[in-house]
Design a protein around this ligand. Structure first.
Ligand SMILES: Nc1nc2c(ncn2[C@@H]2O[C@H](COP(=O)(O)OP(=O)(O)OP(=O)(O)O)[C@@H](O)[C@H]2O)c(=O)[nH]1
Length: 977
């Protein structure tokens, strides 16, 4: 059994690997990629499918042929009818025959005497006719030597099985056979036709073969008439009744075979090309029918020889053969119904019986019918071909599509090929690639082109989102305000909190600078206030912003001696953005240079007008150092909080915010959570970002272990699987949900990360490997238009693979500027600059946006780089696996091949191995094995320590001493995203 690579098949059938893959996948053939190998059966599937696909395109022509040509045929047949002279008919056939074939035949006939020539020629004419007929019926006809070969061997086997006929295995030419056989007929010897039968193996027709089984001495007439043409078959059948008495053997077999045929047909799919053996045994022979009817015509050419005996064997056949085609047209399964179809065969019978007792010439109509029926049978068999039936694709009438769908997915849903869909898209003016997503409306338009309706899928539920809990008003209770202290560096935020908490934080801070958000709860007038200490340094702007989002009140610390500074303004903006009321603490009023009024004035310029200046902003002069004005500040905070009516429901599952988190050596992930609503308990299952787990322990701001934390309570939580990020929402959920959501979040996060990743030539390889990039977007800039065009066409010339395609998103003459970088960023493109360079701003922006700008001075280098990167992406899909090493020890010359008599030194070599021939360790050839033999037998593989004969495909220059390295290319599983 031969092995074929998908891409080889694609090449062979002038299509692409994907089409071949999709065909095979449609037939449940397990193939992975274009490099996967398949056998003969799969090859036939592909061949048949592709042939079927081609049919509609030429259908009208065929239809015409069908209509016209038969007319001519009828005309001819009518003429023939009126012509009772068989010889004349033969002459006319001879005229029609090509001179070349005539010569060939005549040459051959010289070995067997002139008496046979006519018959042989006639047979050829018949072949020709059949061939034409087959064309008319749209059956592809080809003289397939390869197909004949197996057929012959099969015949040989079958001959052996036929005890009644001692036929030698036929290995001779059809002509020789015919001549022998015809000779016998011409002489009316009526002798056993075995001689002809012996040679019959050449006939690839089932019909012939069936007939060959009947050595009939009693039917001289039939014997004579048949050689003239296959069309005589009806005649012989007509005589059958009579002949039957004399033909016990063949007749006895045939009825049986026909009766059994249905069973035999179950295997028939393959081909009539091999049917030849015998009708008597037809069931058996049918089961071996290889595949293609296309070979039949060729075999029909040999029929005459065998037809001499046909009458006998066809004793019971008439019923089944006449109209079989018609009845079988509706036989999807074909096989089980075949016997049923015999009921429709009367036509054939009618014709056949008409010919009974008559010469071949009188049976021309029958012959025609027979031919037609045979052609019909061909068609029928085509229709009944199980493989072909499998190929019938049920197209959906309605498909469901979401907001977006990739071209590939849409094609799959519609059961059409991607190419079909892309073509339709192009017709709609949309250029899309296989992985490109199209929106719902476009999908509707495309599907309409295929007469498929599209229904919209409901919007996808984001399973990573935590459902909101709505609280009843009656369940809400007042909660402590959460206060963020913000301000410029060193204006005294930490000192102020320290005073408020009456604990010292500043001394333990590295470098005296607060580096994280701390949360503290203080009491004032028996009411709680939660303080978040935001970092004052510029580097923590983002954290500050986040801190402002979770707070109810912002305390803006401004040093009275320093006034409003840049970060003061930034803090104001954050608070305003969060719509958080601001209370200003004018600190360091104890300092000699302190000027609170100046601060008020500065703040007023930024629309924070103090109450005593007629505004609404509460401003409290304080001194953290001297502990002055602290209570006033707390009271003002409470006042503002009161006005906000801050409430929460403590009797529900907790929701909160991660204030900060870290991985503690001894305790694992530790997160400071500010509970915003509900109550968090030890043992609760929580999720925060992608971290999840059960609350193992909780510690409050004073370092005390607590079992629960209500609204506005900051606690350190232990028990998370991972360290969450500051600002992540914390939620208590059912145990099974937290894990699922976390996993989905991780997946989403990775996808987002990938999507946000900018393309770069360096990691192009990796990104395409990961399946993230299907289009390599390039923005081209060059010094002159000529270079630009040359580059553009060269780059587009790299588009030889459907997997990764170069796409020029923009091209222009001149330096790379900011707008180029922005465009590249938006299109996820890399910039290719030829003889131009990016300006300073563009370079800066490119750094920020992480846009890869490649500068070249030689076009060739630019193309090479891109090509290498693209190949790099594709290459890792397969890896080379060395199978073995073989030493060529003798080069043997044969007429047809040059064989490397070799010895497997290491590993093994198989007949599907890829090979490279090394001479002094230099590769002199890379290719494929043509044949691998041990002695005279083809073998699949040869192991180390054994000798073998190897022929190399399309290579004969190997020498003794060369080493053949056998290897396979193994597919590497795509990396999981
Ligand atoms: N004289 C005087 N000095 C103060 C006062 N408050 C803070 N300081 C001093 O100002 C310096 C900075 O105080 P911090 O509390 O660290 O200021 P911060 O705003 O928290 O600084 P970062 O943590 O860097 O943002 C320290 O040396 C304090 O002793 C005050 O009211 N009066």
């Amino acid at each position: 059994m031969s092995k074929y690579r998908i891409y080889d098949l694609a090449k062979e059938f002038s299509t692409d690997s994907k089409t071949v893959l999709s065909i095979l996948k449609t037939h449940d053939v397990n193939v992975k990629s274009h490099a996967s190998t398949v056998g003969d059966d799969e090859r036939k599937i592909v061949e048949n499918t592709l042939m079927q696909k081609k049919k509609p395109a030429v259908a009208p022509k065929k239809e015409t042929d069908k209509v016209n040509i038969p007319k001519t045929e009828n005309h001819q047949e009518n003429n023939k009818k009126s012509d009772t002279n068989k010889q004349n008919k033969q002459k006319s056939f001879n005229k029609a025959r090509s001179a070349q074939s005539k010569q060939q035949y005549e040459k051959k006939q010289t070995y067997r005497g002139n008496g046979n020539i006519k018959t042989t020629v006639q047979a050829q004419d018949n072949n020709k006719m059949h061939s034409n007929e087959n064309k008319e019926t749209a059956n592809t006809v080809s003289v397939n030597k390869a197909a004949e070969r197996p057929y012959r061997s099969q015949q040989a086997a079958e001959h052996n099985d036929q005890k009644n006929i001692a036929r030698p295995v036929a290995t001779h030419s059809a002509v020789a056979t015919r001549s022998d056989h015809n000779g016998a007929n011409v002489e009316n010897k009526n002798s056993n036709n075995r001689a002809g039968q012996e040679n019959r193996p050449n006939h690839a027709n089932r019909v012939n073969q069936g007939r060959t089984t009947s050595p009939n001495n009693s039917r001289p007439g039939q014997g004579n008439s048949r050689p003239a043409s296959q069309g005589n078959r009806p005649t012989s059948q007509g005589n059958r009744p009579t002949g039957q008495s004399n033909r016990p053997t063949s007749q006895g077999n045939r009825p049986t075979s026909q009766g059994n045929r249905p069973t035999g047909q179950s295997n028939r799919p393959t081909s009539q090309g091999n049917r030849p053996t015998s009708q008597g045994n037809r069931p058996t022979s049918q089961s071996n029918r290889p595949a293609s009817q296309s070979n039949r015509p060729a075999s029909q050419g040999n029929r005459p020889a065998s037809q001499g005996n046909r009458p006998t064997s066809q004793g019971n056949r008439p019923a089944s053969q006449g109209n079989r085609p018609t009845s079988q047209g509706n036989r999807p399964t074909g096989q089980g119904n075949r016997s049923a179809s015999q009921g429709n065969r009367p036509n054939g019978q009618g014709n056949r019986s008409a010919g009974q007792g008559q010469n071949a010439g009188q049976n021309r109509n029958n012959r025609k019918n027979w031919r037609n029926s045979r052609n019909n049978r061909n068609n029928r068999n085509n229709r009944n071909h199980p493989v072909q039936q499998k190929q019938e694709i049920i197209r959906p009438k309605v498909i469901k599509v979401g907001e977006n769908i990739s071209v590939k997915e849409l094609a799959s849903k519609m059961t059409y090929t991607v190419t079909d869909v892309i073509k339709k898209l192009m017709m709609l003016g949309i250029m899309a690639t296989i992985n490109q997503e199209i929106d719902f409306d476009t999908a509707v338009l495309v599907a309409a082109e295929f007469n498929i309706n599209v229904e919209e899928l409901p919007p996808e539920v984001d399973l990573t989102e935590i459902p909101e809990i709505k609280d009843e008003e009656k369940d809400l209770l007042p909660r402590p305000p959460v206060v963020t202290v913000m301000g410029h560096v060193d204006h005294g935020k930490t000192s102020l909190l320290d005073v408020i908490r009456k604990t010292s934080v500043t001394t333990s801070e590295a470098g005296g600078i607060t580096q994280h958000i701390g949360a503290y709860q203080v009491m004032c007038k028996n009411r709680k206030i939660v303080f978040l200490d935001t970092p004052g340094h510029e580097a923590f702007t983002a954290m500050r912003a986040r801190g402002a989002q979770v707070t109810d009140i912002a305390v803006l610390v401004v040093a009275a001696d320093d006034g409003v500074m840049p970060q003061t303004l930034e803090a104001i903006n954050h608070a305003r953005a969060a719509k958080v009321p601001i209370v200003v603490a004018i600190n360091k009023i104890d300092k000699p240079g302190a000027n609170p009024e100046h601060v008020k004035q500065q703040l007023a310029e930024h629309e924070l007008v103090a109450e005593d200046w007629g505004g609404e902003t509460i401003m409290v002069p304080v001194s953290a150092k001297k502990k002055m004005g602290i209570n006033d500040l707390l009271e003002m905070i409470l006042l503002v909080a009161e006005m906000q009516e801050l409430k929460a429901n403590p009797n529900r599952e907790a929701r909160g915010i991660i204030i900060e988190a870290q991985l503690d050596k001894g305790r694992g992930p530790v997160a400071t959570v500010l509970v915003q609503n509900g109550t968090l308990h030890v043992g609760d299952s929580i999720i925060a970002g992608t971290a999840y787990g059960k609350v193992r322990a909780m510690i409050n701001d004073r370092g005390e272990k607590v079992k629960k934390a209500g609204p506005s309570v900051p606690v350190e939580v232990l028990g998370l699987s991972d360290v969450p990020a500051a600002g992540d929402e914390m939620a208590v959920l059912e145990e099974h949900l937290v894990r699922t959501i976390a996993e989905k979040r991780i997946g989403k996060q990775r996808t987002e990360l990938i999507n946000n990743k900018k393309v770069s030539l360096d990691d192009l390889f990796q990104q395409i490997n990961e399946g993230n990039i299907k289009d390599l977007n390039i923005l081209l800039k060059a010094d002159v238009q000529g270079s630009l065009e040359a580059l553009q066409s060269s780059l587009l010339g790299l588009n030889k693979s459907d997997e990764v395609r170069v796409s020029i998103v923009h091209s222009g003459v001149g330096a790379v500027n900011e707008s180029d970088v922005m465009l590249a960023s938006a299109a996820n493109a890399l910039i290719l600059a030829f003889n131009v360079r990016p300006d300073a701003n563009a370079r800066k922006l490119a750094d920020t946006e992480k846009i890869d700008i490649r500068t070249y001075r030689v076009i060739y280098e630019a193309i090479n780089d891109i090509e290498a990167a693209m190949k790099g992406m594709l290459a890792p899909k397969y890896k080379e696996v060395i199978q073995g090493k073989v030493e060529i020890r003798q080069v043997m010359k044969f007429s047809k091949a040059l064989v490397a008599g070799s010895y497997v030194v290491d590993g093994k070599i198989s007949n599907t191995s890829k090979i490279r021939i090394l001479r002094d360790n230099i590769v002199v050839h890379e290719g494929q094995i043509e044949s691998l033999r041990r002695f005279k037998d083809d073998v699949k593989e040869v192991a180390a320590g054994y000798e073998c004969g190897i022929t190399i495909e399309n290579y004969r220059d190997f020498k003794e001493g060369d080493v053949i390295e056998a290897y396979t290319m193994e597919e590497i599983a795509p990396q999981d995203l």
